[in-house]
Design a protein around this ligand. Structure first.
Ligand code: G
Ligand code: MN
Length: 240
């Protein structure tokens, strides 16, 4: 059947997943604050992480996908410098998975260096237990980031409700920020607000020196994007 075929494709894609790591830098310190783990498959029919997630959703296998990805991260952590933070994407629905919430899961022993990124694109408001689950994760030592801020449901209520440690500003806000005084003003006020709340701000998708300079001018310091390094399987030093 179609379903059996899809199951097979999904299993094959899952088995081919590798983790790639992209640096997040502090410009002022000229060091790597952390790496974001990004899944890649070399399966032609399910090559993008998004296609993999959509298929997992259709098959009701989202928990299996999340568990597998976190296992691959845990298995590759040893290749990263000890002192760096590792950013791991989790689907809001993963917050319901006992494997993630467990103190004996593969990632838990390294929780102190793990920042779990929860996307704001899928409304986290639809997950009423999220605050309780996030506090369980915090008690295990993880930190929490809200991903793609400014792209989706980015309500400020998300921040008062979830009290994350980190906000990752979406690359749509960053793109051509150097030629938009509006974007600069929005980012400057977000950087100020989050600074006052004690939330660390990371800007994603920085591609050009002009974007970088505009972000620095708007009060940002933690930067991620192709300008500093692409996601790669073998760690590379960032380009400054
Ligand atoms: O949703 P999330 O923010 O986790 O998505 C990160 C994605 O953005 C990754 O697939 C990564 O390859 C991509 N990415 C990272 N840096 C850049 C960049 O500078 N430009 C573009 N276009 N994409 C980037
Ligand atoms: Mn992310």
């Amino acid at each position: 059947s179609d379903r059996a075929g899809l199951e097979l494709t999904f299993e094959r894609a899952l088995a081919s997943v590798t983790m790639h790591y992209q640096p997040i830098v502090s410009w002022s310190k000229k060091n790597v604050y952390g790496y974001e783990a990004l899944a890649r498959t070399n399966d032609p029919s399910l090559s993008s992480p998004l296609a993999l997630i959509e298929t997992a959703e259709r098959l009701g296998r989202l928990p299996q996908l999340g568990r597998h990805l976190r296992r691959v991260v845990a298995a590759t952590l040893g290749g990263l410098p000890r002192e760096t933070n590792v950013f791991v994407n989790v689907h809001p629905r993963d917050l319901e998975d006992e494997d993630l919430l467990s103190p004996t899961s593969p990632l838990a022993r390294d929780a102190q260096r793990i920042v779990l990124e929860i996307t704001e694109r899928a409304s986290i408001e639809a997950f009423p237990d999220a605050p309780r689950q996030l506090s369980t994760l915090r008690n295990l030592g993880y930190r929490i980031a809200i991903d793609d801020v400014g792209a989706g449901h980015a309500g400020l209520s998300t921040f008062t409700r979830l009290e994350p440690d980190v906000a990752k500003l979406d690359m749509a806000l960053i793109r051509d920020v150097d030629s938009s005084t509006t974007k600069q003003a929005v980012i400057r006020s977000m950087a100020e607000l989050f600074g006052q709340l004690g939330v660390l701000v990371i800007t994603e998708g920085v591609e050009t020196p002009r974007e970088r300079d505009a972000l620095l001018g708007a009060g940002c310091d933690f930067l991620q994007g192709f300008l500093f390094g692409r996601p790669t399987e073998r760690l590379q030093d960032p380009t400054w």
